[in-house]
Write a protein that binds this ligand. Structure first.
Ligand code: AMP
Length: 505
């Protein structure tokens, strides 16, 4: 849906909004100079709080940031993902310099046409400047995990490049090659050191600390749909603190993390009251779900009145409505937040979940959080076998009678059938919503199915989105795949290697 826009604009861009990366359909939302300014304001605010806890000296940052292609709309406006708009803006670079947070990679790498090649070069630049790296970051923390998973596969090649001062031939874009040639000099000592460190690692635990001895922290959005990656991130980080970045969306920023030292699981965001006009719909049970992005002047008949910024109550959950400087008017973001307190007079929010119901067949209602908790519980059985769920998604299969939930897992290593059968039962039992449990008991919902997909399947999904023009920086694995993104469902189904049906009920 194209949101209602208020003139005058200076510029309008097309961005991948919240649904762009979670539901597979890019969405057109406006972006202008004012939104850029609020972006910088959020960055500066949280940086001030971070710096108080973790002062950083003149240095660089290893940032897994990427741009996607920009294009022109029929009306001649420039279109691109939000992160692309931000990274390309000259103000961004200036602000990063002022915050001593310059990306260690040259622009040609950030704006390179192929994100695989850019990722390789980000890693190479990080190693070249390893002593100067003060922190490691990305917009969403998935990109950091993705970066170090890739490092596990390419570290030997990186060492060869460093030893010989010559970039691997698989980086093919001339602009990227010539920018990297300026940085890369033969350095056998560094290559030996990295090789020694990699060979000495125990399952890559503490990799980031080892590679970047002066890094103070790892920084990126780690809450919400990024929480499932925390375990892996902690593994790579070793004793390096993880700091969750701010809360916002392509549609507009909302709040800054002013307590950076709390663990990401407890991170909250203080609303910056002057970066938009915020309203909050109190949530109550059994309210009809809405379509994300709809203009919100129709909630009066079915839902409670939205309340203002200072009227929210601690402990209550709300859905956020944004009126932004870019022109969105009373726009429903589709996010549910909980008010945990006030910082001065502005509410402090904990991100709870996307509001859209995810898994539902009849009277059952399970959200992204319910799915995440179920996967966590079931993967603990896996942990005993030292196995890891690399990524997951889900689907409601109505082609069977009755319909049933399907959970897709990509796992690391070989797992015995018995363990996976038990994981499948555990998943089924972990959806504790009364509607689901009662439907399962009377077989109004069929046994849950766990489908194991082959390694690399979620990488294929990421590549699919990037191919559609999504930015790697904003990638979020779709946690529930339905008729709206049949292509992703097809990728998942084509890669199934084993499947199990629950016998839990
Ligand atoms: P995008 O589509 O890339 O603009 O993503 C925006 C969405 O990402 C938001 O609507 C949230 O659902 C999610 N998001 C952004 N920041 C955070 C955060 N700090 N914690 C949890 N989820 C977030």
């Amino acid at each position: 849906m194209i949101p209602f826009l208020i003139p005058p604009f200076k510029l309008i861009f097309v961005a991948n909004g919240s649904s762009g990366t979670t539901q597979g359909k890019p969405k057109f939302v406006p972006f202008n100079d004012e939104l850029m300014e609020t972006t910088l304001q959020i960055y500066r605010t949280s940086y001030a709080f971070r710096k108080r806890e973790f002062p950083i000296e003149n240095g660089k940052a290893l940032q897994f940031i990427y741009s996607s292609k920009q294009s022109k709309t029929q009306g001649g406006l420039i279109a691109g993902t939000t992160t692309t708009n931000v990274f390309r803006n000259p103000q961004f670079k200036k602000a990063m310099e002022a915050m001593q947070s310059q990306c260690c990679s040259p622009d040609e790498v950030i704006f390179g046409p192929d994100s695989h090649q850019s990722l390789y070069c980000h890693l190479l630049c990080g190693l070249i400047f390893r002593q100067e790296i003060q922190f490691i970051s990305s917009t969403f923390s998935h990109s950091i995990v993705h970066g170090f998973r890739t490092f596990e596969q390419v570290w030997e090649e990186l060492c060869v490049d460093i030893r010989e001062g010559e970039l691997t031939s698989r980086i093919t874009f001339p602009s990227v090659r010539s920018a990297m040639a300026k940085l890369l000099k033969p350095n056998p000592q560094l290559a030996d050191l990295i090789r020694e460190k990699c060979l000495g690692m125990n399952n890559w635990y503490g990799l980031v600390r080892e590679l970047f001895p002066n890094a103070k922290y790892i920084y990126g959005i780690m809450t919400g749909s990024m929480e499932p990656y925390l375990k892996k991130l902690r593994h790579y980080a070793g004793d390096l603190p993880l700091l969750s970045a701010d809360y916002g969306s392509s549609e507009g920023w909302i709040g800054a993390n002013v307590n950076p030292i709390v663990p990401p699981e407890s991170a909250t965001y203080v609303v910056l009251p002057n970066i938009g006009y915020f309203e909050f719909i109190p949530l109550k049970e059994n309210v009809e779900e809405h379509v994300q992005g709809e203009v919100s002047n129709s909630f009066l008949s079915t839902e409670p009145e939205p309340v203002g910024l200072t009227e929210v109550k601690v402990g209550e959950e709300y859905e956020i409505i944004i009126t932004s400087f870019a022109g969105l008017y009373r726009y429903r973001l589709g996010d549910v937040v909980k008010v945990t307190g006030f910082h001065n007079l502005s509410p402090e929010l904990k991100f709870v979940r996307r509001r859209n119901l995810m898994l539902t067949i009849n009277i059952d209602k399970n959200t992204e959080t319910d799915l995440q908790l179920a996967v966590e519980a079931a993967s603990k059985l896996n942990a005993e076998e030292k196995l890891e769920v690399l990524d997951f998604s889900s689907h409601v299969d109505l082609s069977t009678d009755p319909g049933h939930y399907v959970i897709f897992w990509e796992i690391n290593g070989e797992v015995g059938d018995e363990v996976l059968k038990e994981c499948c039962n555990c998943l089924d039992r972990s959806f504790v919503d009364a509607g689901y449990v009662s439907s399962r008991k009377v077989n109004a919902i069929g046994p849950l199915e766990l489908r194991i997909v082959q390694k690399g399947t979620f990488q294929n999904i990421l590549d699919h989105y990037v191919g559609l023009g999504a930015a790697l920086s904003q990638f979020k694995t779709p946690r529930c795949v339905g008729p709206r993104n049949m292509e992703v469902l097809q990728i998942l189904c084509d890669n199934v290697v084993k499947s199990y049906f629950s016998t839990a009920f």
